[in-house]
Design a protein around this ligand. Structure first.
Ligand code: G3P
Ligand code: CA
Length: 284
């Protein structure tokens, strides 16, 4: 059972005036995940526990579990031969030894490599020698490895390069289960994902603070999660999201002071490179 930092009960007070409330589309009769007790924000490990292990690897999943994360956030792309793989960047240069293994191809996009080629890469040594040989995992491998030990928050990256990836991700995730959601900065992608998998919570990521119009648009499109960055999130945004029947996440929250501030907004999930640090804040 996760610790309580806010007592279970009704949603936080909402600051919208009656006119604004009446203008809000009532697309969700129930919360996105009604079975999850709201005893505090969900601890989400950003790319796994990426502060202490190489991001988007099974080692980062293991470290996130060790640090008591509720959920693992990962980024998904597609190989040249159609496999879904877990990588953040559009190229392999930052997080693998692609320059050594494939000289001359280092600047090439992830989607120009086959899965067999990606499996020749070391995605751990760049972070530290203790992780030498850590492979690039497929989405299916992360799903199987994580099992029911944590939720998964799957981000679809640069989807214009991967047409049809929404249906493919839905197929790999399989039957909806608590704690598994899909998100993207590309909101058209999330509309398509909601059609492909209407029972899997859909998250809309924002670079900045979404205003009323964009919240209304997201709610009308069936979004379950609104997730802006640290600076764009406060208690009034959390309330505006909640009155529209959605949940609020926030990325990427790494300092203790930001963790405490955002905990106190009533946000539903906090995405961090340091899940253990966040857990300690929530336990305190
Ligand atoms: O989960 C949201 C966050 O991961 C978005 O930013 O660049 O780390 O994928 P990025
Ligand atoms: Ca991400």
């Amino acid at each position: 059972m996760r610790p309580t930092c806010r007592p279970p009960g009704p949603p936080l007070p909402v600051s919208l005036d009656p006119a604004a409330r009446s203008a809000v589309p009532s697309v969700h009769a129930a919360p996105a995940e009604p079975e999850r007790a709201r005893t505090g924000p969900e601890v989400v490990a950003h790319r796994g526990a990426s502060g202490d292990s190489p991001e988007n690897t099974l080692a980062a999943v293991d470290e996130a579990l060790r640090q008591r994360a509720d959920t693992i956030e990962i980024d998904v792309r597609r190989t040249a031969d159609g496999h879904l793989v877990v990588l953040h960047d559009s190229t392999l240069t930052r997080t693998t030894d692609v320059e050594r293994v494939f000289p001359g191809r280092a600047p090439d996009p992830v989607g120009t490599f086959t899965l067999a080629e990606l499996k020749r890469l070391d995605a751990g040594s760049w972070f530290g020698p203790a992780f030498a040989g850590e492979p690039v995992p497929t989405l299916a491998e992360v799903v199987a490895h994580t099992g029911d030990r944590a939720g998964l928050l799957v981000e679809l990256k640069d989807t214009a390069h991967y047409p049809g990836i929404e249906q493919e991700v839905a197929a790999v995730l399989g039957a909806p289960r608590a704690g598994v959601a899909v998100q993207s900065f590309d909101h058209d992608t999330m509309r398509r994902f909601a059609e492909a998998a209407p029972d899997v919570p859909a998250g809309w990521l924002f670079d900045d603070r979404p205003g009323r119009a964009r919240l209304d648009e997201a709610a009308a499109a069936g979004a379950h999660q609104i997730t802006p960055g640290v600076e764009g999130t406060d208690a009034s945004l959390v309330a505006a999201v909640r009155i529209r029947g959605m949940e609020t996440g926030v990325y990427t929250v790494n300092t203790g002071s930001d963790m405490r501030r955002l905990r106190d907004t009533g946000v539903d999930r906090i995405i961090t490179d340091h899940p253990g640090r966040l857990r300690a804040v929530l336990d305190g």
